[in-house]
Design a protein around this ligand. Structure first.
Ligand code: FAD
Length: 297
């Protein structure tokens, strides 16, 4: 008998049941770990092989070229970025955001943005709408504003918990502030252009001045095209003299009149600066809306 077999046999004979069960558990743990690692690796490889045609990757940053920059309002710009291959699909479902990354003054900076184009758009391009903050603020937005056509920025995504299914609620009550319009605009455009959709939307949109209202013309043209499906109410805290809509900050009365009290058929979506979002939660609770009735982007 070979030496190693005699050793193993003697180990078997001399080992206590406790030692044997310990070895058994150890073998079980190691094989389970190997199996888990194998599955994880297989999942990642599968993802890579089957998603070559997707422009964005949720795990790794990819480089996109700036191909267009447009002035939307005095301090908001639209940036159009292109993937390396024009046939790639920009895989950003409704209401999800992506992360931009750049090295600014030698430091890595990341910021989330909501693309505004149609979800899963072919053509390898996507648009983000960005408010440019004045110095000393606006580290990333001022960097974006300084880019020229052909410059590259890295993005990864999509990310976010928002899920939307066609006609999931009879009514959507949207409350947005400033660039918080981005996910709302994407939803409004997609819902109203979908012939199978029946969802009614009420949007309350807050800004400082009339010039700050992003996509006002597009929103108003949707509202006149779909008068029973989209209602708009703009609130300004620096309104012109002739202003006939909301004045100041969004208050309980604005929500009560333009969206209404909580009901099982209404879902509320809120997107804006943190202070505004916090204030809206208090007002919405007063009108009977609870946690699950509200989604904060
Ligand atoms: C999920 C998600 C999606 C987003 N989508 C978008 C989008 O589509 N478009 C968009 O423009 N932004 C979006 N944002 C915000 C964006 O990620 C950045 O926070 C924004 O671009 C500002 O980054 P920045 O580096 O330019 O400015 P920062 O250097 O981070 O400075 C901006 C901050 O400075 C502070 N600040 C500015 N002015 C003043 C002042 N006068 N006094 C005191 N404090 C001041 C404010 O706190 C402000 O938030 C999103 C954020 C989240 C979380």
């Amino acid at each position: 008998m070979p030496k190693w077999m005699t050793k193993l046999a003697s180990f078997h004979v001399s080992s206590s049941p406790l030692q044997l069960s310990f070895i058994g558990i150890l073998i079980l743990c190691v094989t389970s770990l190997v199996r888990i690692l194998f599955r994880l690796l297989k999942g990642k490889l599968f993802y890579r092989v089957n998603n070559n045609n997707l422009a964005l990757d949720p795990l790794e940053f990819r480089s996109f070229r700036l191909i267009e920059k447009a002035v939307v309002t005095p301090n908001v710009r639209l940036f159009r970025f292109a993937a390396s291959h024009p046939e790639q699909l920009v895989n950003v479902p409704l209401g999800k955001h992506i992360y931009a990354r750049a090295w600014i003054n030698g430091k890595e900076v990341r910021r989330p943005y909501n693309p505004i184009n149609k979800p899963n758009q072919v053509g390898g391009c996507f648009d983000i709408l960005v408010k440019i903050y004045p110095a000393p603020y606006g580290l990333f937005s001022r960097y974006l504003d300084s880019l020229k056509d052909g410059d590259c920025v890295e993005f990864r995504g999509p990310k976010g918990k928002f899920e939307y299914q066609r006609n999931m609620k009879k009514r959507l009550g949207m409350i947005a502030g400033g660039t918080g319009i981005t996910p709302m605009y994407q939803l409004i455009e997609t819902i109203l252009n979908d012939p199978l959709e029946r969802t009614q939307i009420s949007l309350i949109y807050a800004n400082h001045t009339e010039q700050d209202i992003i996509f006002r013309n597009k929103l108003e043209s949707f509202a006149s095209q779909f008068p029973n499906r989209l209602k708009l109410y703009f609130v300004l805290n620096q309104p012109p003299n002739s202003w006939s809509q909301g004045i100041g900050l969004i208050n309980e009365k604005h929500i009560q009149h333009h969206i209404g009290y909580a009901s099982p058929s209404t879902r509320i979506l809120v997107c804006g600066p943190p202070a505004m979002t916090k204030a809206m939660m208090i007002l919405l609770n007063k009108l009977g809306y609870k946690g699950e009735d509200i989604f904060k982007f």
